[in-house]
Design a protein around this ligand. Structure first.
Ligand code: N01
Length: 544
């Protein structure tokens, strides 16, 4: 079997399940596997026509993970990791999607997944203690537990530029890329956005396009990923240690072991020692750079040193001084927007047919029938690529109309920002779980480690509830208030809130400005999860 994408299988037409899972990415797939093993009846609803989540949708040219493949894989099964051989240090999207399809085949997951189906609403009925879940295909199912495995970066967003519908050429969003691929050969292309997706796709699109114009609002810190093939020896060795490595990863702040954090503060190091640390880690590639010393994300002066170093490296690659001025970030600390890992991104701007437009200085006014208008000038293009990001962390959850106790809408409750206890549940919404929800480490960590941490916790919880004849679990308002305050306080001790990032909801006009992930680290967070479970779910109310 090749583990290419397989279509969804026929599933039975039952209308009641012990658990409904929304989404069949890494989180939904593992959650299904664990709950089935508990003996629960489970239905997964998935909008796409295959498994994969993020890796199903983000098929843009150059899409590649920014966590090393030997760490960005499931750690729960010795069999799976022994059978699967990764080929590159940072796996490209097709390889990750093949892996997910292999896992779905191996665990026979598809028989419980209903594909091409979007969940539209979930309503809680206090009398029956059940949720009613409805879909855009007319499903109407009852369930005791409802688990949102909807992903943190899955609600793709195109800004509401005037005239966007009038454009007569082709338009694409990186997060909803056509499955058959796109051939830009000989075309004039405009890419809007210079986050990870724009930075990864730009060099590849430039190889095909006759002319490429990149529209940048915020210059981003980017460093060479240092991608390379993995040797058979590396792959073999990793299999011997993966399960122990995963255990080790859970004891780190980022859920990663490919680098260690240097705990010394910047001021405790000599300038030479700092320079060496930064330089070695820049060369190593990946997020190691942000572990160069202990206060890089906490102290402006410490961060400035790293930011200056990064700018010097970036400057050295770009030939045209006018382009240097545009491409070098100078309005936010390094790392507070997601650091980008690239392959020849900056070099692309040395090519004669590639331009950059600074839309901070000259904002995009509108999309015309034939191009993009910025600063009073029309840039004619045949195709526009929107690399404009996502309504992150809350967009996909709130995309479902969720109604809890006493008719309370989650959208209303979260109008001023998401409110959760541990990122797992929200008061007033019994038996509703979020996997890697806002208020958990999620996007600041290796997502697979955080997904497994949540899935394991939820599985254990549901096992104890069902065996103890406990009907419901629900965060208490007090525990939630304290957790939200704690998450905010921790974020306030870092430099993260200083940037207009999607972590802050700042990329969506009108979205509340709240730093959404938990900055305390996977290790500390994991201890808290264990303590809560051991204390009979302290901070949750259990209902008979
Ligand atoms: O989205 P983004 P992304 N006018 O939000 C610009 C993960 N990921 O899809 O910065 C003009 O980062 C916006 O400008 P600004 C990763 O966690 C991982 O690239 O808001 N420009 C920005 O430049 C990543 O962080 C991988 O000023 C507008 C861009 O669009 C996350 O997904 C690969 C605009 C959006 O950048 C999101 O990345 C890809 C407007 N009105 C993604 N609105 C890897 O694993 C937005 N922009 C490597």
């Amino acid at each position: 079997m090749t583990h290419e994408e397989s279509p969804g299988s026929q599933i039975n037409g039952a209308s009641r399940f012990d658990a409904v899972i929304v989404g069949a990415g890494f989180a939904g797939m593992y959650m299904l596997h664990r709950l089935r093993a508990l003996g629960l009846s489970v239905r997964v609803f998935e909008t796409g026509d295959g498994v994969g989540g993020t890796w199903y949708w983000n098929r843009y040219p150059g899409a590649r993970c920014d966590v090393e493949s030997l760490e960005y894989q499931y750690g729960f099964s010795d069999d799976i990791q022994r059978e699967w051989d990764w080929t590159e240090r940072y796996a490209a999207q097709p390889e990750i999607l093949r892996y997910q399809n292999y896992v779905a085949d191996k665990l026979d997951l598809r028989k419980d997944i209903q594909f091409s189906t979007r969940v539209t609403s979930a309503d809680y009925d206090a009398r029956s203690g059940e949720w009613t879940v409805e879909t855009d295909r007319g499903d109407h199912v009852q369930t005791r537990f409802c688990i949102m495995a909807t992903g943190c970066l899955s609600a793709a967003r195109i800004p509401d530029f005037p005239g966007v519908r009038d454009f007569e050429g082709e338009t694409y969003h990186t997060g909803a890329w056509p499955h058959e691929g796109v051939d830009f050969t000989g075309k004039r292309v405009g890419v809007i956005g210079t986050g990870s997706s724009g930075i990864q796709s730009t060099p590849i699109i430039a190889e095909q396009a006759s002319h490429l114009t990149v529209f940048q609002r915020t210059a981003n810190f980017t460093l060479p990923a240092g991608n390379r093939p993995l040797s058979p020896e590396e792959v073999r060795k990793s299999k011997e240690t993966l399960l122990a490595d995963r255990e080790h990863a859970r004891q780190t702040p980022g859920g990663l072991i490919c680098f260690e954090y240097n705990e010394a503060l910047a001021e405790e190091m000599t300038p030479e020692a700092r320079e060496k640390e930064l330089s070695d880690r820049w060369t190593q590639g990946g997020f190691a750079f942000l572990g160069s010393y202990g206060d890089i994300m906490a102290t402006p002066e410490a961060n400035d040193i790293a930011a200056d170093f990064a700018r010097a490296q970036m400057r050295a690659v770009i030939k045209d001084p006018a382009i240097v001025d545009i491409l070098l970030p100078d309005d936010h600390p390094v790392g507070v927007k997601r650091l980008c890992l690239d392959t020849h991104y900056l070099e692309t701007f040395n090519l004669p047919h590639v331009d950059i437009v600074d839309v901070r200085a000259a904002p995009i006014e509108r999309i015309s029938r034939s191009g993009i208008v910025s600063g009073g000038r029309e840039y004619e293009v045949d195709a526009i690529v929107f690399a404009t990001g996502f309504d992150a962390m809350t967009g996909a959850i709130l995309g479902v109309d969720i109604t809890g106790r006493d008719g309370m809408k989650l959208r209303d409750k979260w109008a001023a920002g998401p409110r959760t206890y541990l990122g797992l549940g929200s008061a007033g919404f019994p038996n509703l779980f979020f996997i890697t929800g806002p208020g958990s480490p999620s996007v600041l960590s290796n997502m697979i480690v955080s997904i497994e941490q949540h899935v394991d916790w939820i599985t254990d919880c549901l096992s104890r509830l069902t065996s103890g004849n406990i009907r419901s679990i629900e965060a208490t308002p007090d525990a939630e208030d304290q957790w939200v305050a704690h998450v905010n306080e921790l974020a306030g001790e870092t430099l993260y809130p200083q940037a207009n990032s999607w972590y802050m909801g700042a990329n969506i006009p009108g979205k509340p400005r709240v730093f959404m992930p938990y900055t305390g680290g996977v290790d500390v967070y994991g201890q808290k999860l264990d303590e809560v479970a051991q204390a009979d779910y302290e901070g949750f109310r259990l209902g008979a």
